[in-house]
Design a protein around this ligand. Structure first.
Ligand code: FES
Ligand code: MG
Length: 585
């Protein structure tokens, strides 16, 4: 066993002055000299739950079971807060805070006497923020999901987080429900503690944390209020102490093979389009090369197996009862689509953990040969509007397929005139105005919504058609943009376009009325104007001071805007990736 790093604080005979100082203050709430000096591992609980973070709040309860597990194995717990990130509560967008929570957690893990850490993950950005920090510092780390909420219900039907909002907006716009029913319908989707019960970004990222090998097998899908959730919290606490003794670190788990496993699992679960951003960020902080194109080459041909909203029908409780991540992984293992040798935090390989795990309900998790959708992974597009953008093909509706993808002789291409919005406020202001000129042929564009333009990148690319088209039966128009999209949205948008307009990507040059052609066969999206005209527009825009976006409102917005990268490479703080494996023992 290597020397525990906490000994440098609490048991360093060469520097008795500082040892005494460190000890006296950690003793002051009742820890004993024996506990701090006898070489017991000091285990951090990185607590993401709080009243401000309702999705993760149940971690305040679960931490008690983690503590019991740690104690049982002879460890000492020091629990500390992580900067809150509530997806639905933080203005202007929770995306802004992922890198802030990352920075804070890196400093905490690096600068305090911790030998290992339990990362309490859950709500969308909390999972990547914690995994990114653990990757940078590289002390033994294990992720504990808080688990999804119970299923939501209204009038005998499942109501899923986020997904119900998109549906309710359409009903409201069509005059079928009033404001009060709108709120009742949306609230019905949140019947208990936990995170979004759909296959949104939270269920996605918690599933991928398990697929990466960073949490105990079978733990991601357990609903927050279930007794099994308490049990796995205890087991997680026990396991992190063993991991410290084994010196099992994130760099042992987060290998290129692990990331490719996660990409394939993401296709099979119908995971969120936020996943490529977050996995790229984690990969860069651990030093694994994961180009955005890997999402298509590794993931596109994998079918959709998990029948969860928004791509399917069911919700989180059903996913758990059907077998969760291990049952999905086993389906992929049987096809040779999983690197079985990838090591996981329980000290066993992905193959040892998941091979042979049966599906318990084939309505919810389909066998590989009866998928919901074939080729369900992302397509990565490029062209003169951007270098990279992703499209989630698993959520293309039959209506959308009929309207845009079944032109005889040209099955997977469509073109039309652009209507361009500059940021979400512009969209909300003009979407229903007939003067905006949206027709059933229109392609909707959202720009100024990327990591710089709308600091942190807004989840706004999935735009609904104007009310006057919805009442005529047009429920979706193609949407393209440099922002993100909620994982709970079932819209087949082309999003995460990089570089964004605010970084003078091609979208900045687009004008309403330009014709744009999207070809899913060749993976291209182009505005149909000449290179010469584009160069002229670029020169004119640069002369005018570049693409204009709103001023920063806080110091952090300004700091992040100055150093943040683009979404195809993780939207991390550029420069931070050179600090790798920085923990000292
Ligand atoms: Fe927190 Fe969806 S809003 S998980
Ligand atoms: Mg979200």
């Amino acid at each position: 066993m290597t020397q525990l790093r906490s000994r440098a604080w609490f048991n360093n005979p060469a520097n008795i002055d500082m040892t005494a100082l460190y000890l006296e203050r950690y003793l002051n709430f009742g820890l004993s000299l024996e506990e701090l000096q006898s070489g017991k591992p000091i285990i951090g609980i990185a607590q993401t739950g709080s009243d401000l973070s309702p999705c993760n709040r149940h971690h305040l309860v679960l931490a008690e079971r983690v503590r019991e597990g740690v104690r049982e194995m002879g460890g000492i717990v020091l629990e500390f807060p992580v900067h809150p990130i509530q997806e639905t509560g933080k203005r202007p967008t929770a995306g802004l805070d992922r890198n802030l929570a990352y920075l804070g957690l890196v400093e905490t893990l690096y600068g305090y006497p911790l030998d290992g850490v339990v990362l309490t993950i859950g709500c969308d950005k909390t999972t990547p923020a914690c995994l990114m920090a653990a990757a940078t510092v590289n002390i033994p780390a294990i992720a504990l999901s808080v688990g999804p909420m119970l299923n939501g219900w209204r009038k005998g039907e499942r109501t899923g987080s986020g997904t119900i909002v998109w549906k309710a907006r359409q009903l409201l716009a069509a005059g079928e429900i009033d404001d009060a029913e709108f709120i009742r319908l949306v609230a019905s989707s949140a019947p208990s503690t936990g995170y979004c019960n759909t296959m949104g970004t939270a269920t996605t990222m918690n599933s991928l944390a398990e697929a990466l090998g960073m949490s105990l097998p079978g733990s991601a899908a357990i609903p927050a209020p279930y007794r099994d959730r308490q049990e796995v919290s205890y087991l997680t606490g026990k396991r992190i102490v063993e991991m410290v003794h084994e010196d099992l670190k994130p760099s042992d788990v987060l290998t290129k093979k692990a990331f490719h496993n996660a990409i394939r699992v993401n296709s099979a679960i119908g995971g969120s389009t936020n996943a490529p951003i977050h996995l790229a960020a984690i990969a860069r902080h651990i030093g694994v090369d994961l180009p955005i194109k890997d999402w298509e080459t590794e993931g596109h041909k994998v079918p959709l197996l998990v029948n969860l909203q928004p791509a399917g029908e069911y919700l989180g409780e059903d996913y758990y009862r059907a077998g969760g991540v291990p049952a999905v992984v086993n389906q992929l293992i049987e096809q040779g689509l999983i690197h079985e040798g990838a090591l996981t935090v329980n000290g066993k390989t992905m193959g040892e953990n998941c091979r042979g795990v049966e599906i318990e309900d084939e309505k919810v998790i389909r066998p590989f040969d009866q998928p919901l959708v074939e080729d369900a992974g992302f397509i990565v597009l490029s062209g003169n509007l951007f270098d990279a953008a992703v499209m989630k093909t698993s959520v293309i509706s039959p209506e959308f397929r009929d309207r845009y993808l079944s032109n005889p002789g040209d099955l997977n291409a469509f073109e039309g005139p652009a209507v361009v919005f500059d940021g979400p406020e512009d969209y909300h202001h003009r979407i229903d105005d007939p003067a905006t000129g949206i027709t059933p042929e229109t392609l909707l564009f959202m720009r100024g919504a990327g990591p710089i333009g709308y600091p942190g990148a807004a989840e706004v690319v999935n735009m609904r058609p104007p009310a006057y088209l919805i009442t005529e039966g047009v429920h979706a128009l193609p949407c393209i943009g440099d922002g993100r999209q909620s994982g709970t949205s079932g819209s087949p948008s082309i999003l995460n376009a990089s570089p964004e307009a605010a970084a003078m990507g091609g979208l900045a040059l687009l004008k309403t009325g330009d014709r744009v052609r999207v070809d899913l066969n060749t993976g291209t999206a182009n505005v149909l104007i000449s290179d010469a005209e584009l160069m002229e527009r670029r020169a004119a825009l640069e002369a005018a001071g570049g693409y204009a976006y709103p001023a920063s409102q806080t110091p952090w917005q300004e700091i992040q805007r100055a150093v943040v990268g683009q979404m195809n490479t993780g939207a991390i703080l550029e420069g931070a990736e050179k600090y790798q494996r920085i923990a000292q023992t």
